[in-house]
Design a protein around this ligand. Structure first.
Ligand code: SF4
Length: 431
């Protein structure tokens, strides 16, 4: 088997084309709709220890990445993953098969449409229709069952949102979404191909060409995209973004049962913590884990009578169990030494700032700490973004890591004061 080729900027790491990082190769698995059985979780944990460094990322697309894989052991790992059905056979397909689905999708849960069959149909279309291979590497699709957990805040390009047994086809525009048309679940592959073709035809060539659907919609309007894709003008309508829900703690009943939602600090699991989750799923729940794009894992089918005891165990295993935990409002990339592009480590500073971030104005993630302007941990704007430089942190307000900063050279002890001066912190009582 040939040597792995490091990924190019703008592409997500895969298994066949892993990203080279400071701690070795990063190998992304292909999990269907974020569903992970207990035996498979246990197997992945074992592979992470055997071929990697025991560190596993839970990604923003509800996927897993094994870290610390060496060039020498990578070919054998690929063989093991292929036997488990966890990789594609084609690196080009792997690069664009980016589908995020509702975390509790599937029979038995209280949702408006079962999207698992549609995930499979879209995955098959991406694997066979060459139009998808021409999309930019980070282009992604959402299949939202229209149920309890809206997926509006996921970094993606085309949304299929369940409604009355069909899917609305939507693209983001001006902070909300525009419906291009509707499609039956079994026709989702053809609809996705039509939207992908419209994007490719309309995005423009060269450096100035749009790489994301929201950029194209902002430039020419979603209606033009719908027209080009062949959807009737009568089907166009706008809707505001739906509020994200918390997925942490004990919840339910929800359709077929209750669940535990466990937060994963900075999306970083270990072989030990994944093994612990597999045990929990097998011994006290339905035997399955559901990965979410919000750095949390759902354990469905638990008995709420014993949830307090299970949550106490989860705390001991290093998971976040309270929706009020300040670590939930901070995101940070791995930084140094794991990433070679990093200006330094960032996660320790991010944890130290979590209490401050929890008191900032806003909802959801409020503070993004990045070790370089690429901003891998969050592509959307945040109330405050800190970008590590060799001389200190740059601070961007209501923007992304590559936006212009309002302050530069901030030391960690200066950051709270800088946020106060910008009136980004509620009240005056922190100190
Ligand atoms: S944002 Fe962080 S993880 Fe991404 S390239 Fe920069 S330093 Fe590396």
């Amino acid at each position: 088997m040939s040597e792995p080729v490091p990924s190019v900027k703008g592409w997500c790491p895969g298994a066949l084309r892993p990203m080279r990082s400071g701690d070795g190769l990063v190998v992304r698995l292909q999990l269907t709709a974020g569903v992970l059985s207990a035996p498979l979780a246990r197997r992945i944990a074992a592979l992470s220890e055997r071929y990697g460094n025991g560190q596993i990322d839970l990604t923003q697309r509800a996927n897993l990445q094994l870290r610390g894989v060496s060039d020498d052991t990578w070919p054998e790992l690929i063989g093991e993953l292929a036997a488990l059905g966890l990789i594609e056979t084609d690196a080009e397909v792997e690069a664009v098969k980016n589908i995020v689905a509702s975390p509790l999708a599937g029979p038995g849960w209280a949702t408006t449409v079962d999207c698992h069959a549609s995930v499979a149909a879209l995955g098959a279309a991406i694997g066979t229709d060459p139009v998808f291979r021409r999309l930019p590497g980070k282009f992604g699709f959402v299949i939202d069952d229209g149920g309890y957990w809206p997926l509006d805040d996921v970094a993606a390009d085309v949304w299929f949102v369940g409604r009355d047994g069909r899917f609305d086809i939507e693209v983001p525009q001006a902070g909300g979404f525009v419906r291009l048309g509707t499609v039956a679940p079994d026709a989702i592959g053809a609809a996705a191909a039509a939207v992908a073709q419209a994007f490719l035809d309309l995005r423009g060539d060269g450096e100035g060409g749009a790489r994301r659907m929201r950029d194209l919609a902002a430039r020419i309007g979603a209606a033009a995209i719908a027209d080009h894709a062949g959807f009737s003008a009568a089907g166009h309508s706008e809707r505001p973004a739906r509020q994200a829900r918390r997925s942490i703690g004990a919840g339910g009943p929800l359709g077929a049962g209750a669940y535990l939602g466990l937060g994963v600090v900075f999306g970083r699991l270990t072989a030990v913590s994944l093994d612990w989750l597999a045990d929990l799923a097998k011994t006290a729940a339905s035997g399955e884990l559901r990965l979410t794009p919000w750095r949390s894992i759902l354990v469905p089918g638990v008995d709420l009578e014993i949830s307090e005891r299970l949550l106490a165990g989860a705390v001991a295993a290093g998971f976040i169990v309270s929706p009020e935990d300040p670590r939930l409002v901070v995101v940070a990339c791995p930084g140094a030494p794991e990433c070679e592009s990093a200006a330094g480590p960032v996660r320790e500073d991010a944890l130290a700032l979590a209490e401050v971030a929890a008191k900032m104005v806003g909802r959801g993630v409020r503070l993004h700490v990045s070790a370089c302007p690429k901003g891998c941990a969050r592509t959307q704007p945040a109330a405050a973004t800190l970008i590590r430089r060799h001389a200190g942190y740059d601070l961007v307000v209501n923007g992304r890591a590559d936006d212009d900063p309002v302050s530069t050279g901030l030391q960690p002890q200066d950051i709270e004061g800088a946020l106060r001066r910008l009136k980004a912190i509620e009240g005056q009582s922190i100190g």
